[in-house]
Design a protein around this ligand. Structure first.
Ligand code: HDE
Length: 672
């Protein structure tokens, strides 16, 4: 069923196929390959309006990319609450479980340019536009629940330090360089988010397998005007999973479009990505009952102390028609709210409320970006704003001011009872100061909480990530400053890093925080085999069970794809056929979650070498690998290792292999 937003977008969809070619004025053209010239070999003429129109339009095809979050990908979908959230908010789209609210979600990396690779180490943007009957509500979040800085005024500095260095514009989409780490060491409020950025959270397996967080504390306000503090969460139904760093780097080269391909293919296959919306709620009277300040965006609310209440589900079910028109032109803004959702004085949030409109003005070329199809609300909008670049609306009538008598003083403000937005009347008093609140000054306790909450493999990955990033830093002074900073989080974390980069091992005992929050570890996430991509390594003469295993994997919702030394159809020992999707040349083991080795009866030496390399690489990335029949010989040297499954009984094998795939990775494996 199409949503109200789909219906609205329909009127803008144009299919050129089958049409005659015209200019933008609708004039049919008799020729589109040759410019108008004075003679066949003569100069091109000014008169050639068609050439000039076509070239001018082309010359202006690009718009400035987003200063951050330039590389992104999006999809349409819908959101439904499980039960009314009336107790907390009057927001209409959160009242009725039968109401489907259309949504548009853009996922993104932060640092890289629009053409950069997608599996870099970075936070991911997770921005959702809800097209509600009361206007658009944007939840503009990230996949990390805290941020690097506490005050918006430092954002330009952070981003300058993170982006490629200005003298040589290197490195692209990476934090492993001097200026980033110099910023970190000199702005120690960043410690907590750096821990997340060095963890596997920053190399997600898929946009479909990441959590989302609103980061700031917001307010929900109910019909009675009562407010609660709230943190927003998105929980992926497939669980939260990461890549191995070596794998992520290789994917950046083998398939820089890995995440967008994964998202669009999943939607194309009908495996619609789902995320549950969760809220953590704190009563206003409890504002000061925590050992951190609720307004501090470098702090999370441990889920074990304040449980996440799951309140609804979002399903992404439609790919965009046109990436520029939709994904590039969509304009998010944390200030796009509806009655029942309000702000707090988090100084990072307050600054964002300015920045987002400002940035759209330069990016989308003027103040009418709300009229672009992807940005239009599904409810009508009326006010006295007029004119400007790219105005679509033809406002009819004489009056464009308030108050007036000629139009009966309309458009008129709506009272709260009529659905008018009025800001929560928080009492505020204080002196005008440029200061950080004392309550914002503990930068390390929650960084230690995060460290304490990690499993052993996750801790190892964080140590490796610091060693990689600081290993790329050229200034010994910056390296030492960072090491000296992070001893405050935990000596167990930073001592091996100091050794790996040849820095002086710092003294220090950390914060002494012993608490942990199991919800922060990805090891404790949901483990499901659904939609996982399995590379099926097969050659001619594969055993008769192979095609059955492939069918069994498909039946359980996995995505098997056959890899061989040539494209076409493979013939099994019993005459069954398998269609080859990739050759060893056109794909790589890093692009799969698991391998199933069916082998063949008569593989060439080259086939055997290529298959062995594939398998070795998958093994070193801790991936599940299964084999039956002829494939068994490839796994002999890994026999007994965790996540290695062999067998000849189709059903039994498929079951054990699928459980191994569901586990995601087998970290307890000894690498050979
Ligand atoms: Fe953003 N951010 N941001 N940000 N942000 C932008 O807006 C900004 C912050 C986030 O897919 C820009 O339209 C400031 C936190 C996402 O289109 C810009 C500060 C969080 C996206 C901007 C922050 C985010 C943006 C650039 C510090 C997580 C991509 C282009 C005060 C809660 C949205 C644009 C999309 C984009 C400013 C910090 C999330 C410049 C000043 C914290 C997901 O306006």
């Amino acid at each position: 069923m199409s949503s109200k937003k789909d219906e609205q977008l329909e009127q803008y969809r144009v299919k050129d196929e089958g049409q005659k070619l015209t200019t933008n004025q609708g004039l049919k053209m008799a020729e589109d390959e040759f410019s108008l010239k004075a003679g066949e070999r003569g100069p091109t003429l000014m008169e050639d309006f068609h050439f000039r129109e076509k070239m001018t339009h082309f010359d202006h095809e690009r718009i400035p990319e987003r200063i951050v979050h330039a590389r992104g990908y999006a999809a349409h979908g819908e959101f439904q609450v499980y039960e009314s959230m009336k107790k907390y908010t009057k927001a209409k789209f959160l009242q009725d479980p039968s109401v489907k609210t259309p949504v548009f979600v853009r996922f993104s990396t932060v640092a890289g340019s629009r053409g950069s690779a997608e599996t870099v180490r970075d936070a991911r943007g997770f921005a959702t536009k809800f097209y509600t009957e009361e206007g658009n509500y944007d939840l503009v979040g990230n996949n990390i629940p805290v941020f690097f800085i506490q005050d918006a005024i430092k954002f330009p500095d952070l981003v300058h330090a993170l982006k490629p260095e200005p003298h040589n514009e290197i490195p692209q989409a990476a934090s492993a360089h001097d200026t980033f780490w110099d910023f970190i060491a000199n702005n120690q409020e960043s410690a907590h988010m750096v821990m997340w950025a060095m963890s596997d959270r920053a190399v997600p397996r898929s946009f479909r397998m990441m959590e989302g967080f609103g980061v700031h504390t917001f307010r929900l306000v109910n019909e009675e005007g009562k407010a609660h503090f709230v943190k927003f969460h998105w929980k992926p139904v497939l669980g939260t999973h990461g890549l191995v760093w070596d794998e992520a780097q290789k994917i950046s080269g083998k398939d820089p479009d890995f995440h967008r391909r994964d998202l669009s293919e999943a939607i194309e296959n009908g495996d619609f990505p789902e995320f549950e919306l969760g809220i953590q709620v704190v009563e206003e009277k409890d504002e000061f009952n925590f050992d951190f300040d609720l307004l501090d965006p470098t702090k999370l609310w441990p889920e074990e102390d304040i449980p996440v209440k799951i309140v609804g589900k979002m399903t992404l079910n439609r790919n965009v028609d046109n990436v520029f028109a939709e994904t590039e032109q969509v304009a998010f803004h944390p200030g796009h709210v509806v009655p029942g959702i309000d702000f707090t004085n988090d100084p990072l949030l307050q600054g964002r409320l300015f920045s987002y409109t400002d940035t759209q003005l330069i990016r989308l070329g003027g103040p009418n970006f709300h009229e672009l199809p992807i940005n239009r609300p599904v409810c009508p909008f009326f006010n006295n704003q007029r004119d400007g670049y790219g105005r679509h609306t033809i406002n009819v009538g004489q009056v464009s001011y308030h108050k007036n008598s000629l139009a009966g003083n309309t458009p008129a403000p709506a009272s709260e009872a009529e659905g008018g937005y009025s800001h929560y009347q928080e009492k505020v008093e204080g002196r005008k100061v440029r200061k950080r609140s004392e309550s914002f000054k503990d930068h390390f306790s929650q960084a230690t909480l995060f460290w304490n909450s990690m499993s052993e493999p996750e801790k190892e990955h964080i140590i490796e990530a610091f060693s990689f990033e600081l290993g790329k830093v050229e200034s010994p002074s910056v390296q030492q400053q960072v090491v000296d900073m992070f001893v405050n989080v935990s000596p167990d974390l930073i001592r091996p890093v100091a050794e790996a980069i040849g820095a002086k091992v710092p003294e220090g005992t950390g914060t002494g925080v012993t608490k942990s929050s199991p919800a922060l570890s990805m090891e404790n996430t949901k483990k499901k085999p659904d939609t996982r991509k399995v590379g099926v390594v097969a050659g001619d003469g594969f055993g008769k069970e192979a095609a059955e295993v492939v069918e069994a994997l498909k039946a359980r919702g996995l995505q098997p794809e056959v890899i061989s030394n040539k494209l076409g159809q493979l013939k099994g020992a019993d005459g069954t056929e398998l269609k080859v999707k990739h050759t060893f040349l056109t794909c790589d083991s890093v692009l799969f979650d698991a391998l199933y080795v069916a082998g063949g009866s008569n593989e060439s030496k080259k086939f055997q070498q290529d298959a062995a390399y594939f398998i070795m690489e998958a093994f070193s990335h801790f991936k599940p690998i299964g084999a039956t029949g002829e494939g068994g010989k490839y796994l002999e040297k890994f026999a007994g290792s965790p996540g290695i499954v062999t067998g000849n009984d189709t059903v039994g094998f498929a079951d054990s292999f699928i459980s191994a795939v569901a586990a995601h990775r087998h970290w307890d494996r000894e690498l050979v």
